[in-house]
Write a protein that binds this ligand. Structure first.
Ligand SMILES: [Zn+2]
Length: 213
């Protein structure tokens, strides 16, 4: 099965992709990771010269990745397609490595909740455990200190309201409209991502379990 994840920021897309990847033994193909780990000198040069990543580069990176052996039984696409201009590429390459079924999973989360998940977040400087001051169940026992190892908790620079709101607006304006396209051209499933990670995972595995490939 080939899965496309579409979700606003802080819906848990990264975490769910990782868990699905492990359970079904299909790779998590994140366009963000591909862009961070480019080994093509020519593309690197282009990116260093300006921030804009054009669709030709995205397509080239994805084709190279999807043609690798581990995608033969399916894959999870995270961060692509991001806007309407990328749908054409998606249609061209989605079955480049296999003839598996393609499904689209949309993780729905309200802006207010996503915002709390980001603004309250702090991360242990030592063991990487994540806490959140705005949720009773994920607060550290001692303010600013990791429950697990006693080290200091840090806030990430981008974990603020302005950055979150901007990313959310970009999602609403550019990415969400492609769901309308997929409604008519693919199997689209909505999952309520305001639930816990484990509940969301269980909902997703129920969807995937309904298919044979
Ligand atoms: Zn720690």
């Amino acid at each position: 099965m080939n899965i496309v994840f579409i979700a606003p920021p802080a819906a848990g897309k990264g975490a769910q992709s990782g868990m699905i990847s492990k359970k079904y033994d299909i790779p998590h193909v994140s366009i963000g990771d591909l862009l961070r780990n480019i080994d093509d000198e020519e593309i690197k040069k282009q990116l260093d010269a300006g921030a804009f990543v054009d669709n030709n580069i995205i397509e080239k990176l994805l084709v190279n990745r999807l043609l690798k052996d581990d995608c033969k039984n399916g894959y999870i696409l995270d961060g692509f397609p991001r806007n309407k201009s990328q749908i054409e590429i998606y249609e061209r390459i989605k079955n480049i490595s296999n003839d598996k079924k393609n499904i689209v999973i949309v993780l729905d989360v309200l802006k207010e909740l996503g915002e709390k998940r980001i603004i309250g977040r702090s991360v242990c400087s030592n063991c990487g455990l994540v806490f959140n001051d705005l949720f009773e169940e994920s607060k550290p026992k001692v303010d600013g200190i990791c429950d697990n190892c006693g080290s200091k908790l840090n806030k990430r620079k981008d974990d603020n309201k302005e950055t979150y709101d901007h990313r959310y607006d970009v999602y609403m304006n550019e990415t969400k409209p492609i769901i309308d396209y997929f409604k008519d051209h693919a199997d689209v499933y909505h999952v309520d991502s305001s639930k816990s990670i484990d509940e969301v995972f269980s909902d997703i595995t129920n969807i995937i379990g309904g298919f044979n490939d």
